[in-house]
Design a protein around this ligand. Structure first.
Ligand SMILES: [Fe+2]
Ligand SMILES: [Fe+2]
Length: 277
């Protein structure tokens, strides 16, 4: 007697749902915004002009931060306190170069205009970058720890906002970038923790770590941009970003409070030393 066919595997709505940290299968439809349910954009020429301009604007900032952070980390490649720290510094620099390349690949999709942006990005030197956090030097090892803990973490929020966005090539670049950024965040927390706990037996001092927290936390909060930004509202409308600047900043603050406390350090008030509100 022939085997009876096995029952069909149910495909519930979860197969298309967004999962934090990446999706198992690429989602083909736009998940939010005014075109929700429509097939994602796979090429730039099928996109409305405003959407093209938004992607270019977002990718220029993204790539600029990646290339800038390489310049900031560079002096510590052979000055980090331990051999393992030097190796992780080298790994972070390699990751940031790959992220810059990834953002430039998206810019390349926009033809000659995109290539011109890439050329301009590659010509930028220290102090010429768009966001304040990327024009500041890493003067102490505490700066390296606080930058990777706070500023890279904002980067993760920016990338997570693009997860499963309406431009397929951009959405598909996110899972690998996010997993690499996780190493940077964990490293930053561990540097601050070791400095606070072991002081000069490891590197610097608890005071140096605290000074670095006070220096980088306000710049990290500024990175989310203005609370009433029209660009972020339009990016949500086009299915490119998931959250407004203010929503992302609030989630970030909620996440960082227990992390810093567990490292034995204190966070300044979120309004302290802010330039962009
Ligand atoms: Fe990065
Ligand atoms: Fe990073």
């Amino acid at each position: 007697m022939a085997d009876s066919p096995s029952p069909p595997v149910p495909h519930g709505p979860t197969s298309k749902a967004l999962k934090e940290g990446g999706t198992i299968e690429p989602v083909r439809e736009i998940l939010w915004g005014s075109s929700a349910g429509v097939r994602k954009y796979e090429t730039t020429h099928e996109m409305p002009e405003e959407m093209q301009q938004l992607i270019v604007k977002l990718m220029v900032v993204q790539a600029d931060t990646e290339f800038a952070s390489i310049q900031q980390h560079r002096p510590w490649l052979d000055n980090a306190p331990t051999l393992e720290d030097r190796w992780i510094e080298a790994r972070i620099v390699a990751d940031e170069a790959r992220h810059g390349l990834q953002a430039c690949r998206i810019l390349k999709d926009f033809g000659d205009g995109g290539q011109k942006m890439i050329d301009d990005l590659l010509a930028k030197r220290e102090g010429e970058h768009k966001l304040d956090a990327f024009n500041m030097r890493f003067d102490t090892w505490g700066d390296v720890g606080a930058f990777t803990c706070f500023v890279d973490r904002v980067g993760v929020y920016q990338l997570r906002a693009f997860q499963e966005c309406s431009y397929g090539p951009l959405a598909r670049a996110m899972p690998l970038m996010l997993s690499e950024e996780q190493l940077h965040l964990n490293f930053g927390v561990s540097v601050l923790k070791r400095m606070a706990k072991d002081g000069p037996r490891y590197a610097g001092s608890k005071e140096e770590a605290q000074a670095a927290v006070n220096k980088w936390y306000p710049r990290a909060l500024d990175m989310f941009g203005h609370s009433n930004s029209e660009t972020s509202r339009r990016a949500i409308e086009w299915g490119l970003k998931r959250w407004t600047n203010e929503e992302a900043r609030a989630r970030y603050i909620e996440e960082i409070v227990p992390i810093v406390r567990a490292a034995g350090l204190e966070l300044p008030n979120p309004e302290f030393d802010r330039r962009i509100l």
